[in-house]
Ligand binder design. Structure first.
Ligand code: NOJ
Ligand code: CA
Length: 693
């Protein structure tokens, strides 16, 4: 790893800004390529703020910063700049697994050390960074006399937009990200009157706000996405939309039980508030801003226990209602025999993981019960599931178990059992767990995205690391790049996943869902979307059909990034489908990823090179519109011949409820060639490019 950090004084760019609130104290930085500029300042009241420009045009206007506390005066005004320092950093680091191996991390930083001129003369530091792909800032409460802890009632970070941008957003739910995306102008963001989502078990929408990442397109064709990085010991962010204003303001997820948003001990640094800026939509996906703003790997080499993999599950069974998690229903899914049948099928296609849900006692007292503490037991299998025997059989066939811990949103019960649960896993050689938090959090008054839960999710990662366990969390806290520090945070849900297609009362995920997800949720990090549903008409089990084609689902193995990729469907629905050849071949760990084209909510095409090989894979998906794709193979290495196998929509796909019609084509190609592929309405295509032998 190359690392070079040096301190320089950057030229002051203050003249670039004409800022009406600007006082005499300010500092500025620009990105290494000079296109992004950030100006931090104090206004005439001594309140801190910032502005951002891209190519000389203001993209974030005068935005003020500050805090309200319990039993402490607010920090909003009367500050003076005691010190303004700048530094630059240029380094590259290696992802242990990821969308790419080497990540460039180059930025310029401005630190404003503020001191109040009146009262207690408290200190507050602001750290701003400018990268080529956006800006970020965080607050630092330094160690100081007379102030040991702060109870935060509100963080008031403004994001003053310069226009009524097109916006792709989900409501600022404090308990769930499992909403469909809305596409409106900023001024049309409205969740008033909707305090709950009718199809979600845990849901709470206290004000008109959006969850992040939230992505926008300006009238000038610029793309902006707002999120946070390194969410540690703090509450998750939502962005509040005030009536009549184009300024979004941070609204932290609160605890009604404790009556505050967050409580912190000094010294303390908040998460980074991030603004990704790009002139192509696809550059948002290629951006590494969020991971770069996290601390380096603190677990060391985890390859001894985690390697990216594909997996199947005793899972879709239950979502289809063919089987059940509990035993009382008489159709228990997690039996030794079913696990062995799944292992046999997975092993035939080189699929290395098997998730088994409903293996442990407690499921009789799950959804719909308020008293869920002390119910789930994470070490006791149901009597028809012989875990030792399943592990033994799996080892024989090259298929490892993925453990399942549904906490039913009773984290205290889970925490009591964390050590024993992970000890059991370690003793069985099981190194990955899928966790779940369905329902309103117990104790009442806590929410999934609040500080108390953020700390719970972190405790799970810490304990898991101790026992060499990698975690794929459902109903999680949003990804904020923590995987850089904790590479055992392998994947998570945090969106409306595939399973919604089974139980949704709104007719399933929209046709354009993933074409929005790629530019919103996916900017935060890996997604356990669970593609691989071959039987797309879910009848007779569920009265739903999926709203996209089979080739669309196949493309998701490349489009949607995760180091664990599920093949969701049941062996009897997949059989020997020729698309399984692609699933068998497709990589799960990447040397590099290129977004070839894309528009939010319309289409996206991504090419990824498998790590350690010369193989490339392409995934392309479209919304409800049919499209012809011209995919240029310029990215292939010089002078090497490839065989392209194209798995695509058949002629009837996408029409008249025909979602499974497919075609496969094969041709020899080289750098510079162009593939012309038709995507059906709701369709997609997956291409493997293997070097010619
Ligand atoms: C919700 C998860 O998202 C889903 O995948 C899982 O099957 C259920 N909880 C049961 O834990
Ligand atoms: Ca879920």
């Amino acid at each position: 790893m190359r690392k070079l950090i040096y301190l320089i004084v950057l030229p002051i760019l203050g003249l670039l800004f004409s800022c009406q609130n600007e006082g005499s104290h300010s500092g500025s930085i620009s990105s290494p390529d000079g296109r992004v500029a950030l100006h931090g300042f104090l206004n005439t009241d001594g309140q801190p703020g910032y502005m951002v420009q891209f190519d000389g045009k203001t993209v974030i206007d005068t935005s003020l910063l500050g805090f309200d506390f319990k039993d402490e005066a607010p920090m909003r005004s009367s500050f003076a700049i005691a010190k303004a320092e700048t530094r630059s950093s240029s380094e590259s680091w290696e992802m242990p697994w990821g969308e790419q191996r080497l990540v460039q991390n180059n930025f310029n930083e401005l630190k404003l050390s503020l001191e109040e001129t009146t009262g207690a003369k408290r200190n507050l530091n602001l750290i701003f960074r400018a990268y080529d792909d956006g800006v970020a800032f965080r607050y630092e409460f330094p160690k100081q006399d007379g102030l040991t802890e702060l109870t935060i009632l509100d963080e008031n970070s403004e994001f003053a937009l310069t226009g009524d941008h097109e916006t792709w957003w989900i409501p600022g739910d404090w308990d769930s990200y499992e909403h469909l995306y809305n596409h409106t102008k900023v001024s049309e963001i409205d969740t008033a009157g909707k305090t709950r989502h009718p199809n979600l078990v845990g849901t709470y929408l206290p004000q008109v706000a959006v969850n992040t990442p939230v992505t926008m397109k300006t009238a000038d064709g610029l793309y902006l996405s707002f999120h946070e990085a390194n969410l540690t010991n703090y509450a998750g962010i939502t962005l509040r939309k005030d009536e009549g204003s184009l300024t979004l303001t941070s609204e932290l997820v609160g605890s009604e039980r404790l009556g505050h948003k967050a409580k912190v001990e000094l010294p303390f640094q908040t998460p980074w508030r991030t603004i990704q800026i790009a002139d192509k939509a696809g550059d948002l996906i290629e951006s590494n801003l969020i991971v770069n703003l996290n601390e380096p790997n603190k677990l060391g080499d985890i390859s001894a226990y985690f390697k990216p993999m594909k997996y199947m599950g005793i899972w879709w069974h239950m979502h289809l209602t063919k089987k059940s998690w509990d035993r009382a229903s008489g159709k228990h899914g997690a039996t030794t025999a079913e696990a062995k049948r799944m292992i046999d099928y997975a092993s035939k296609y080189g699929i290395e993981g098997l998730l088994v849900e409903g293996w442990n006692t407690g499921w009789e007292h799950w959804i719909g019960f308020d008293d869920r503490e002390g119910v789930f037991d994470f070490v006791t299998p149901y009597p028809d599931y012989d875990i030792q025997e399943v592990v033994r059989y799996g080892n024989e066939k090259g298929v490892k178990l993925i453990m399942h811990h549904e906490t039913s949103a009773a984290p205290r019960t889970y925490e009591q059992q964390l050590d024993t649960a992970y000890q059991l896993m370690q003793s069985l050689g099981i190194h990955a767990v899928k966790t779940g938090y369905v329902g309103p959090i117990i104790p009442k008054g806590e929410h999934h995205h609040g500080q108390w839960m953020v700390n719970h999710y972190r405790k799970v990662l810490d304990t898991a690391a101790k026992y060499q366990v990698a975690v794929n969390a459902h109903e999680p806290i949003m990804a904020t790049g923590i995987r850089r520090t904790y590479p055992n945070a392998i994947s998570r849900e945090g969106l409306r996943g595939q399973e919604f297609n089974t139980f949704s009362i709104e007719g399933g995920n929209s046709t354009d869902h993933l074409t929005v997800v790629a530019f919103t949720r996916m900017l935060a990090g890996p997604i356990d979307y669970t593609p691989g549903v071959f039987k797309r008409d879910l009848r007779p089990y569920r009265d739903n059909s999926l709203n996209t084609t089979l080739a669309h689902d196949l493309a998701l193995y490349v489009v949607v990034y995760s180091p664990v990729q599920m093949i969701a469907d049941l062996p009897e629905h997949i059989g020997d489908h020729p698309f399984m050849n692609f699933i068998k071949e497709v990589g799960v760990d990447w040397e590099q990823s290129l977004v070839l084209d894309g528009e939010i909510g319309d289409y996206v095409t991504i090419a990824r090179q498998e790590r350690g090989t010369d193989r490339w894979f392409i995934g392309a998906i479209t919304d409800e519109n049919e499209r012809m794709k011209e995919i240029s193979l310029d990215f292939l290495p010089d002078g090497k011949e490839y065989v392209a196998k194209i798995y695509m929509d058949g002629k009837r796909a996408g029409f008249e409820e025909e979602f499974v019609d497919y075609a496969i084509d094969s041709k020899e190609v080289k750098k510079g060639d162009v593939l012309n592929i038709r995507l059906a309405p709701g369709g997609g295509a997956a291409v493997s490019l293997l070097p010619k032998e």
